[in-house]
Design a binder for this molecule. Structure first.
Ligand code: ACO
Length: 429
């Protein structure tokens, strides 16, 4: 059945086309609204606004579904490497064995950064947040690679994408090493992607360092569950910046800045801080559940609730299972994991949380694993950025290829003063 929508503004009625997606999501296409009526839509926070059609990620928050290019995230997390999922997001299809081997080799060849970039790290203030460093250095990559900045040349764009995927772990690990005053460690390209990152994070020239395969496996899984989440704040930022024909490095650098906010990528830090607070306060979980329910108290259970998921966040389920696995191997020896499990148990049976459909989200258990891997808390969001990199790249490419591509330029309803007479400085009171 063909759907249509009608809108009446004063005496003027317009018929608006309706767009239906492959999962039956319905959107009213208002692109001709202003030209036919003079009016615009107003939707702060874009709660009701689809900024684009997209064929990359599908999520259904009511049912707790998340799929990349049609594949359930649970199946990808159980079977794939992060680079395999990156290939899927960016190219649209899972790679064959030969394509994957070629892709891995290509990424490997680009893991090093220019020696001048290494020198940047001496210039940041001691204790600088690694997200600020990551955003700055990724943006600065454009100044090192003028050979791959033409956004209209598919080969140059491909090279930029490869450079970003390959160099982000190196830049992230350098940011950490600099912050703790240890020498920066070069990548070791015989290691696969996650193991190579752990090597750069934790090895020191004075000691032998063996990457624990369980740690690399857990990191692989974390990167996969963070790899894309459709039109979130940072992804929309990447698309917005790229719509001006800014190069890929500049667009992704802006996305990293958007991710750094505590309402977006920063929630995993807040969750671990909350679990620590509960531990130091005698591990009285019920007290904190009561505090979260008390409307006179602004405390919230961090890692609970989600704007879109009104069911158990599928990513939280995968991460919880990985925590259990690490626990059974004696790798998670952290009192906050026990507190997290108790908190979940109490909250999931409490009427307040049940009624409001508040379930653990991706941030509830991810901090526990990061801690088990020895990742310091200020690096949590950096790892989120590493995981989100293929999603950002895929969305940037999709935006560029869209036949209706335009510079993103929202409008506004002006509410300031109407025209008034200029007052010279000497006469102002
Ligand atoms: N603890 C206690 N109560 C909560 C919580 C929580 N974590 N989350 C929501 N509620 C309550 C609200 O008080 C509100 O109650 P009311 O209807 O009685 O007023 C109701 O549930 C609905 O909450 P909203 O804030 O309207 O929901 P919204 O969709 O705007 O917010 C958000 C979602 C921001 C994630 C919220 O659930 C929250 O603050 N959670 C804690 C922070 C967090 O974990 N953020 C990470 C999200 S995942 C990510 O960004 C990667």
């Amino acid at each position: 059945m063909a759907l249509g929508a009608k809108l009446k503004i004063g005496d003027h009625e317009v018929e608006l086309p309706v767009v239906v997606g492959t999962e039956d999501e319905v959107g009213v296409d208002v692109s001709a609204l202003r030209s036919s009526t003079g009016a615009i839509t107003l939707d702060e926070g874009f709660v009701n606004t689809g900024s684009t059609t997209s064929a990359i990620t599908y999520l259904d928050g009511e049912k707790g579904i998340l799929r990349y290019r049609g594949y359930p995230v649970e199946q990808l997390a159980a079977n794939c490497s992060f680079l395999e999922v990156s290939y899927l997001l960016i190219h649209g299809e899972l790679p064959t064995a030969a394509q994957l081997a070629e892709y891995q080799d290509l990424i490997r060849q680009h893991t090093m950064v220019h020696e001048s970039i290494r020198k940047f790290f001496d210039g940041f203030m001691p204790g600088a947040h690694p997200m600020a460093i990551l955003s700055a250095v990724v943006g600065a990559l454009a100044s090192f690679y003028p050979d791959s900045l033409d956004v209209n040349d598919p080969f140059q764009v491909h090279v930029s994408a490869v450079r970003l995927l390959a160099k982000t772990p190196t830049i992230a690990a350098y940011a950490h090493k600099e912050s703790i005053g240890q020498p920066l460690v070069y990548p070791k390209n015989k290691l696969e992607y996650c193991a190579n990152f752990l090597h750069m994070m934790f090895s020191v020239p004075a000691e032998e360092y063996e990457v624990d395969p369980d740690d690399a496996e857990a990191l692989n899984l974390l990167l996969i569950v963070h790899a894309d989440h459709e039109q979130n704040c940072s992804t929309s930022t990447v698309r917005m910046v790229g719509s001006s024909d800014a190069n890929l490095f500049a667009s992704i650098s802006a996305g990293i800045a958007a991710l750094s906010g505590p309402l977006h990528g920063g929630a995993n830090e807040a969750c671990v801080n909350m679990l620590e607070r509960i531990r130091k306060d005698g591990s009285n979980v019920s007290k904190y559940v009561d505090m979260a329910k008390d409307k006179a108290n602004n405390f919230r259970l961090m890692g609970f609730g989600h704007r879109v998921y009104k069911n158990y966040d599928p990513r939280a389920k995968i991460i919880k299972a990985a925590c259990d696995k690490l626990l059974s191997k004696g790798k998670v020896n952290d009192p906050i994991f026990e507190i997290a499990q108790k908190l979940e148990e109490v909250a999931l049976t409490d009427g307040y949380f049940v009624e409001r459909k508040l379930y653990p989200n991706v941030d509830f258990y991810s901090g526990v694993i990061y801690r088990a891997l020895g990742i310091p808390i200020e690096m949590f969001t950096v790892l989120f950025a590493m995981g989100r990199m293929p999603g950002w790249i895929a969305h940037w490419l999709e935006m560029r290829k869209s036949p209706g591509k335009k510079i993103n330029r929202p409008r506004q309803i002006y509410t300031g003063p109407t025209e008034r007479e200029f007052v010279p400085l000497a006469k102002r009171k």
